[in-house]
Design a protein around this ligand. Structure first.
Ligand code: FES
Length: 151
């Protein structure tokens, strides 16, 4: 979808900044906000580039660099930490052969950490795009990643 079509779904009001950022990021096949997006938002909302950059960099759900088709967000908050998220994160790094913050060479997966996902009862937890996966262990991680690779 064209950027202008997306912008026109919102009234040009600053309170719509987050919604617009989400919509443009979701529209990008590489799951990020590029310079053109930031410029278009600034013009549409009649604000400065630095203001839009400030908002986009404040929230961890936005990225200014290309990411994978699947954004994996592993919970790194206390409850998940107590129930083994550190080894889950290590397993993800091993299976994907990347570090936190990196994207696989085939642009399939990006690994990120997140604060509590509100699913502590099924800790340790991760979210892949908009789907939650809980009660994770090394075997489950391998299966989930394999299934996504074969989709
Ligand atoms: S601490 Fe991980 S989901 Fe709450």
């Amino acid at each position: 979808m064209e950027t202008s079509e997306i912008l026109n779904k919102f009234s040009p009001d600053h309170k719509n900044m987050l919604g617009i950022l989400h919509a443009l990021q979701d529209n990008n096949p590489n799951n990020y906000l590029n310079e053109e997006d930031i410029g278009a938002i600034a013009r549409y909302l009649n604000t400065t580039l630095s203001h839009v950059y400030g908002v986009a960099t404040y929230y961890t759900m936005f990225s200014l660099k290309p990411r994978g088709k699947y954004i994996i967000r592993a919970c790194n908050s206390p409850v998940c930490n107590m129930i083994g998220s550190v080894s889950i994160i290590e397993e993800l790094k091993k299976v994907l052969k990347i570090e936190v913050g990196e994207t696989t060479d085939d642009r399939m997966f990006t690994l990120e950490l997140t604060e509590c996902l509100g699913q502590c009862d099924i800790a340790p937890v991760m979210m892949i795009n908009k789907e939650i996966y809980g009660n994770l262990d090394a075997e489950k991680i391998k299966t989930i990643i394999e299934n996504l690779k074969n989709k």
